[in-house]
Design a protein around this ligand. Structure first.
Ligand code: SDX
Length: 424
């Protein structure tokens, strides 16, 4: 397959092929509007590539996910989240010296300015932690006096500052909601250990780490580290394309992620399972409601995966281990397993290629770890952070980068003259 040719009336326009190293190639339509006076129309950008990227590859039909070429299954089994964050950010797995420097650099920023803590105190106690996290990350930019777009030498500083501060800010949002003291991170603890202890520890006694939980959360963060041009990452890119700094761009990504159709789905799944449980566990009754379009099967379906989300398969393995380890029998897990089995064997879902996505089982694990439902999407954000920063950096380093500014198809009123108030 080579270039495509677009013909429209007397216009004949060659559309050069933009070749991929794997997956879909693209056709360059940048000259279409100038040559034809017409635009393309692609609601939700389902068939439109917004950029070239070398960070993540997804084959939705085959259920394949790779970060910088490495299969997600290998990374989840053999790497740590910090190794994967480094890989996503810098393109290669770190050696021991590079990993040690990365960890130390991030530790240099996991303590936040004491004044930033007051921001949480001014929020209502029952604030959802996602808007608080976005506000805190926005505020982080006010404590920094360089713009990495202007001063590229600070880009690594900004990267380390965000990677260091975000788990602390996330834990503070949670502590504020339960009225407990905010703890300080310790350089002697790992990235995940610090976050777990700052979330669940108290100053009056040592925190009893559970290695199963630490390992499971590390794997979950790996599974969320990046996912190419999803809604929140595309938001980070669009905001960054205006020259806005990486902090406020990431804060915008947090806001996009909070929607129940995106990262907020892990919270919506637990609420759906709890609803089914309250309703006497009527899985079939719920599935019929979904087929009548009275409800969505949250945690199912995906814009790209028309097969089992490879991340969901890995989460499911851990869900069973963690839930049995922590709670013995878990009724919500049984409902989820029955719901999945029912849907996967129902033509309605088969015809629409609806499979479990990453959010279907994660909430069950987060709940078993002790997190409240409204913290689930915050955990997604902590995992996705290296991906957001990596895409912001990749775009900022692209000499062909342009400010994002989509066109539209106008379907409003034709030209008309103003009508004075006394004639309306
Ligand atoms: C994430 O993009 C990413 O990579 C995202 C993500 C990441 O890592 O960043 O993977 C994370 O956001 C995962 C998705 C989490 N969201 C949910 O679980 C919410 C439930 N899922 C749906 O809302 C939906 O599947 C989407 C939003 C995920 C995808 O929607 P699309 O691609 O726009 O698909 P669609 O709405 O056009 O659906 C196609 C058909 C429709 O039926 P018909 O009108 O053709 O008859 O499938 C149906 C939809 O009604 N459908 C569902 C459904 N999802 C799609 N029906 C019931 N339940 C669902 N969950």
């Amino acid at each position: 397959m080579g270039n495509a040719v677009f013909t429209h009336g007397a216009v004949r326009l060659e559309l050069p092929m933009v070749r991929a190293t794997a997956g879909n190639n693209g056709y360059d339509i940048t000259k279409l509007l100038a040559r034809t006076g017409e635009t393309t129309y692609d609601i939700g950008f389902g068939s439109t590539a917004a950029c070239k990227s070398a960070i993540t590859f997804i084959d939705g039909e085959a259920g394949v996910l790779r970060y910088r070429g490495y299969p997600i299954e290998q990374l989840a089994e053999k790497a740590s989240f910090m190794e994967v964050a480094y890989l996503v950010l810098y393109g290669e797995l770190p050696n021991a010296e590079q990993l040690d420097y990365f960890n130390c650099a991030i530790n240099g920023y996991h303590l936040i300015d004491e004044r930033l803590k007051e921001m949480f105190r001014s929020a209502p106690r029952r604030s959802h932690p996602m808007p608080l996290l976005a506000a805190a990350i926005n505020s982080l930019s006010t404590f920094v006096y360089t713009n990495p777009l202007i001063d590229p030498t600070d880009l690594d500083g900004a990267t380390h500052r965000l990677m260091g501060a975000v788990p602390t800010l996330a834990a503070y949002g949670y502590k504020n909601s339960i009225g407990q003291p905010m703890l300080y991170p310790l350089d002697s603890e790992s990235y995940v250990e610090n976050f777990i202890r700052m979330s669940f520890g108290v100053p009056s006694r040592p925190y009893p780490f559970d290695e199963e939980i630490i390992k499971a959360l590390d794997v979950l963060l790996i599974l969320h580290a990046d996912h190419e041009q999803n809604c929140s990452t595309s938001t980070v890119r669009l905001v960054g394309s205006s020259g806005a700094n990486v902090y406020v761009s990431v804060a915008a990504g947090v806001n996009a992620l909070s929607g129940p159709l995106h990262g907020g789905a892990n919270q919506a799944v637990l609420e759906m399972l709890a609803h089914i449980k309250r309703d006497g566990g009527g899985v079939n009754r719920f599935v019929e409601k979904v087929k009548q379009r009275e409800a969505k099967l949250m945690g199912f379906g995906h814009r790209i995966y028309k097969n089992y989300d490879p991340r969901a398969a890995i989460v499911k393995q851990h869900a069973d281990a963690i839930l049995r380890h922590r709670t013995g029998h878990d009724e919500l897990l049984d409902i989820a397993l029955t719901l999945e089995d029912t849907a996967l064997n129902d033509p309605y879902f088969q015809e629409r290629k609806l499979y479990p996505n990453v959010d279907f089982y994660t909430g069950l694990i987060y709940q078993a770890m002790g997190f409240p439902v409204d913290m689930f999407t915050v955990l997604f954000a902590i995992g996705r952070l290296p991906g957001w920063i990596a895409h912001w950096r990749e775009q900022a380093a692209d000499p062909t980068m342009k400010i994002g500014r989509p066109r539209q198809i106008y379907v409003g009123q034709a030209k008309r003259d103003f009508v004075p108030l006394d004639q309306r």
